[in-house]
Each structure stands twice: as structure tokens, then as C-alpha cells.
Ligand binder design. Sequence first.
Ligand SMILES: Nc1ncnc2c1ncn2[C@@H]1O[C@H](COP(=O)(O)OP(=O)(O)OP(=O)(O)O)[C@@H](O)[C@H]1O
Length: 261
Amino acid sequence: MAEFVTIKNLHKNFIKDSVPIKVLNGVNLTVNKGEIFGVIGFSGAGKSTLARCINRLETPDSGQIIVDGTEILSLSDKELRKKRKKIGMVFQNFNLFESKTVYQNIAYPLAIDGYKKSEIKKKVIEAAEMVGLSDKLSEYPGGLSGGQKQRVGIARALVGDPDLLLSDESTSALDPQTTIQILDLLKEINKKTNITILMITHELDAIKYTCRKMAVLENGEITEEGLVEDIFKNPTSRTGALFAKVFNEMQHTELGDGAGI
Ligand SMILES: Nc1ncnc2c1ncn2[C@@H]1O[C@H](COP(=O)(O)OP(=O)(O)OP(=O)(O)O)[C@@H](O)[C@H]1O
């Protein structure tokens, strides 16, 4: 399989109260074309920063990010605007415009990009159909469930036909049943379109359900990378071992067994 995203020695510091905080500390990562690849890490590990560096919502301090053969960090502003259209992103909190309808939310990236109305309509209808929201186009986000809101977020991310989707904790605000529906949707879209998906999450079960390969991010470094089943069976990093332990314990806990259930 061809490499689609290649990250080399990526560094990013933030300055907080005049003190630099190392957030990404030499990240190396390769994701192949058409994969759904999981990146797991505890809160504060640098997951969102990593995702935001890939589409340059954050500017890394050093390193390389190559997406589909393009070195992201050396693009001019104009080239970056063009490249970003090929990279969709979905967020934990959906980031929808509450005062716009579902149609207008999905249409937004095309509208600011100057597409013709007729073309916008065609693409929005297609995207809404793909996420199962054809009957909700005139509703407002306030009237939708969390799962439906995330479907709008996914349709908006896909409406411009990107070939990479960055999913930053896209199911973390959802209940388990809705999480599965959204993960099924991502799998279905991946199968249908061969879009490469980078799934960034702290939910190991979401990765287990969706991905074949994964990496563990710990204090801004990839400490482990490989097949999901191998990392579950035989984690070699501290964070990988902790996640696998918690997951396995949850699997073996009978309902009502634990205090407070
Ligand atoms: N714009 C910023 N300015 C200063 N510090 C930041 C900024 N963005 C992130 N950080 C810090 O960088 C660290 C990593 O944040 P990041 O959001 O990437 O982690 P994360 O793994 O996604 O965590 P979470 O799952 O809690 O969102 C945190 O300590 C955070 O406070």
C-alpha cells in the first residue's frame, strides 16, 4: 500500500506564561492510502495538536508532513488553501453553525469557495444522503441529536471530496450506541470512497472497532505503532499497556460487578 501521510520528526512547542511547553517532541508516523489509522493517547498527549498540524491549523516548529506527496509545511498560503480542500476534519463538539440549517452547514465550505448554487445543491444532497440526513436538510442543529449533529459534521467535512479525513475525538461526546453508528458510518465511507482516515481518540474500543493499525502518542512522542490486535495482546509502551489493561478489565467485568454500577 502506498504511503499517504508521512510525518517526520515533528516538533511543536506552545508558550504558556512565557514558558515553552513541548507538545510534539519528534513525532514520526506513516499512514497508508485508504487506511483507517488510529492514534491513541491520554488527555494532553498532543493528539489534537498533531491533527491540527497536519492541515496546518497549527504551525509546527520543525519537521515534515507529507500528504499525498505534498510537503504541507512548505506550501504558500494560496497553495495551502487549495490543499486544505483535500483534507476534511471532524471534531468532538461538532463545530456547527447553530443559526444555519443542516443544508447551509454542509454547504458552507463550498459556498466560501465560490461554487455555483446548482453545484452546491447537488453536492450537499449527495453528502446528506451518504450520512443518512436527507430528511433533515431544513432543520437547525439545535433540533438534532448528538449523532445527527456529528453526521452533519461528517457531511460538511466530505462535501468537497477530500482524500484525507482527520477525525479528532469525533465520537467522544456520544453515547456508546451512537458511537457505534458513527464508527460504522466512517467505515462505510472509507469502503465506498477509499478515503484515508486518521482517527485520533482516547477511546481504545473505538480504535479496536474501526482500525487495523494504530499508534500510541505519549508526551508528544509515538511510543508504539503496529497492528491493533498486536498492541492489544502485547503492548510495549507504558500508555499502550495502560489502555489495553483498562480495556481488558472492562471486557471481563460483569454487569453490576463494580461499585456504583
Ligand atoms: N494554543 C495553545 N496554547 C498553549 N498551549 C496549548 C495550546 N494548544 C494546546 N496546548 C497544550 O498542549 C498540550 C496538548 O494539547 P492537545 O489538545 O494537543 O492534547 P490532546 O492529547 O488532544 O488532549 P485532549 O484529549 O485533552 O484534547 C496541553 O498541555 C495543552 O494545554
